[in-house]
Design a protein around this ligand. Structure first.
Ligand code: ZN
Length: 190
């Protein structure tokens, strides 16, 4: 890990390039220091998730370049080095929001069910299946670690309407800025 999470957390600005930069994997093969850092990360991320009262929170959202996110799944509360290994063809479109873009809500297609592989803070590898909202949160957070944002499949007209609605909620955004962020995000889907 190139950085640690022990310091106090605060959400980074939505324009910060870390949100569209793929995060580094955590190499548990390095031994004890990696595990120690991972356990620190878990404590910080889970605490931050609870503090923000959200469904999931990735390390990149608090400015840390590491493949880790907090989420309420079994057997982990914090997931490291996640990979989606399979997903259902069937999906659904639901409104989604993100702590890094407060007030912005848009409709996002996601597969209904996924099979994923990840490590827990002790480095143990798990393969699990999730469905419904858990799958959606897992995918949203995994996207964060791959440098992707949740609105990058939305067309420019839809995004413009979403931004107008967001402004009415008291969260103004610049459409051109969000579009640039979405473009950087789409490059990370290749
Ligand atoms: Zn998010």
């Amino acid at each position: 890990m190139t950085d640690t999470l022990e310091r106090a957390f605060s959400l980074i600005d939505h324009r910060d390039p870390i949100l569209t930069t793929p995060a580094d994997r955590i190499n548990f093969g390095d031994g004890d220091p990696a595990v120690e850092h991972a356990q620190e990360s878990e404590r910080t991320l889970v605490a931050a998730m609870k503090d923000k009262n959200c469904l999931g929170l990735s390390a990149t959202q608090i400015g840390v370049n590491a493949q880790a996110f907090a989420v309420n799944v079994t057997p982990a509360q914090c997931v490291f080095n996640p990979r989606v290994v399979d997903q259902s063809a069937e999906g659904e479109v639901l409104e989604e929001a993100c702590l890094s873009f407060p007030g912005l809500v848009t409709k996002v297609w996601r597969p209904k069910a996924i099979k994923v592989r990840f490590q827990t803070s002790d480095g143990v590898v798990y393969t699990e299946k999730y469905a419904g909202m858990t799958a959606r949160v897992f995918l949203h957070e995994t996207d964060h670690l791959l440098g992707r944002v949740f609105f990058d499949s939305v067309g420019k007209m839809q995004l413009t309407m979403d931004v107008k609605r967001s402004a009415k909620r008291g969260y103004p955004y610049n459409v051109a800025t969000l579009w640039q962020i979405a473009e950087r995000s789409r490059k990370n889907r290749a």
